[in-house]
Design a binder for this molecule. Structure first.
Ligand SMILES: C[S@@+](CC[C@H](N)C(=O)[O-])C[C@H]1O[C@@H](n2cnc3c(N)ncnc32)[C@H](O)[C@@H]1O
Length: 235
């Protein structure tokens, strides 16, 4: 890892730790993330499409791993269905909010506070899920990450990921998405503090090929404006 990469990845963890309490404003389209009624309606309609896909996956009563679960927007959808969920995030602040959201249901979840660029599980899972995490991995490390995901899964195990399409209204009104040849963007908190983070957007077919190379047979889809998601299995 170069010094620059290490320092951005470290800053990225600090950013999410500092952002934890205001994180859901992005998902709920509040404050700087409110891009008007029409955009909000399209956002939630497309979230419902993604939720339907996630609901159709064979996760019931399975042993599932969620990477970078954050405040639990997707943990909540998963935990009612699975036998057990392991949720790994570098931010204790995010984990605390996630626990709070789940309430008694958190009993089914093992939270692990760890850096995903270092953490390795001691067991294989029936499924691995990661939402809005792939885009924060440096391009240089994407192959390594996907190979790791494959080793975390049993043969035939399911993988699901979700991320943002390159749509300017998906982020805050005072954020500028990185250009095609860049992968770092500046993120601002409500109090004005700024952080540099990785933000990558992948072409579906490129991502499918990378998954295949890692031992994951994945099909990548997009909703009309906002989301890209992958559904597949370890082969
Ligand atoms: C964009 S949020 C996604 C949260 C959640 N999956 C969602 O869809 O709302 C990214 C998450 O990655 C976590 N994170 C950032 N860097 C990390 C790292 N190196 N290792 C583990 N988690 C990390 C952050 O704490 C944050 O919870």
């Amino acid at each position: 890892m170069t010094d620059d990469e290490a320092s951005v990845l470290e800053g990225q963890i600090l950013y999410y730790r500092a952002r934890a309490n205001e994180y859901d404003d992005w998902f709920l389209r509040l404050g700087r993330y409110d891009r008007g009624e029409d955009a909000t309606q399209r956002w939630f309609a497309q979230i419902e499409e993604v939720r339907d896909v996630l609901s159709s996956l064979p996760l019931d009563d399975k042993n599932v791993l969620e990477l970078a679960p954050g405040t639990g927007i997707w943990t909540e959808a998963l935990c009612d269905r699975v036998a057990h969920l392991t949720a790994v995030d570098a931010s204790s602040e995010m984990i605390a909010l996630n626990r709070e959201r789940l309430g008694a249901r958190a009993g089914k979840v093992t939270f692990v506070e760890a850096d995903l660029f270092e953490w390795l599980p001691t067991e294989e899972f029936d499924a691995v899920v990661f939402c809005f995490w792939l885009s924060h991995i440096p391009t240089r490390r994407i192959d390594e990450f996907l190979s790791r995901v494959a080793t975390m899964l049993t043969l035939g195990g399911a993988v699901f990921f979700l991320d943002a399409r390159r749509e300017p209204t998906s982020t805050a009104s005072d954020h500028v998405l990185p250009f095609d040849d860049q992968e770092i963007m500046t993120r601002r908190l409500d109090d004005g503090r700024e952080f540099s983070i990785y933000k990558n957007f992948w072409d579906g077919p490129v991502l499918e090929e990378k998954c295949r190379h890692a031992g994951l047979e994945v099909s990548v889809h997009e909703t009309k404006d906002y989301f890209q998601f992958g559904v597949g299995t370890r082969v």
